[in-house]
Design a protein around this ligand. Structure first.
Ligand code: ADP
Ligand code: MG
Length: 232
């Protein structure tokens, strides 16, 4: 089942001098439930722009996005936010955790926004932190966690609402080798265990190699560079 689809997606930015830059030019992408897709490409190729469009953080200049079988075009800004809040999880290069709150409270936040009562939200957040290997760190604030732990907390937060789609933009871009590997192991394990589709923009070759598919973004277009052989 396809949970994320773009048709002829394009994005043109207008510079202050009136000039235009075409960053994406006819992107057709289909991601199945549970599939892990890596997006690679040079810095400035448009990976972040693409993820913003996929996650409905920005609107395309042309073309369409469908998330969890809902078309975005024609929706009001409020309807787009509601769709995003129930269907999309984001992980960025920097964790963007709220510094005044504990790991547990950070993971509870999207559930509170979604209207969960405190007791259920707490239980779900604790279970997710346990799943990402932070069961013993739930009471720590971001400053009391290592970079790798902060990112794993951000992954738990992104998964809290059980999104159809998880989007990650250079999630290990700020981590050392050991923490990167641990985060990549986690993405692969989650992809195996959950039905969440994942689209991960990354410079990291070892992560790209572990995805089900790797797509190269170049000159505004996506091309498939590798399909992992499925080991039975
Ligand atoms: N809001 C914006 N306004 C104008 N240009 C932008 C904006 N965001 C990104 N760009 C430009 O679009 C191109 C692609 O950027 P980006 O999507 O961040 O690439 P990547 O994530 O692959 O490094 C770059 O040339 C960048 O300068
Ligand atoms: Mg980027």
């Amino acid at each position: 089942m396809i949970v994320l689809e773009t048709v002829d997606l394009a994005k043109v930015y207008r510079g202050g001098d009136g000039g235009e830059i075409t960053v994406l030019d006819g992107i057709n992408l289909r991601v199945n439930r549970g599939e892990m897709v890596a997006i690679v490409g040079a810095s400035g190729a448009g990976k972040s722009t693409l993820l913003h469009l996929l996650g409905a953080l920005d609107r395309p200049t042309r073309g369409a996005v469908r998330i969890a079988d809902e078309a975005l075009d024609g929706l009001s800004d409020e309807e787009v936010s509601a769709l995003r809040n129930r269907s999309v999880g984001f992980v960025f290069q920097f964790h963007h955790l709220l510094r005044e709150f504990t790991a547990l409270e950070n993971v509870m936040m999207p559930l509170r926004i979604a209207g969960w009562d405190d007791r259920r939200a707490r239980a779900r957040a604790a279970e997710l932190l346990d799943r990402v290997g932070l069961g013993a760190r739930t009471g720590h604030k971001p400053s009391e966690l290592s970079g790798g732990e902060q990112q794993r907390t951000a992954v738990a937060r992104a998964l809290a609402i059980d999104p159809a789609v998880l989007l990650a933009d250079e999630p290990s871009g700020n981590l050392d080798h050991a923490n990167s590997e641990r985060l990549h192991d986690l993405f692969v394990a989650l992809s195996r265990d959950l039905e969440t589709a994942m689209v991960i923009a990354t410079h990291n070759r070892s992560l790209a190699a572990r995805a089900d598919r790797t797509m190269l973004l170049e000159e505004g277009r996506l091309t498939e560079t590798g399909v992992r052989e499925v080991v039975p």
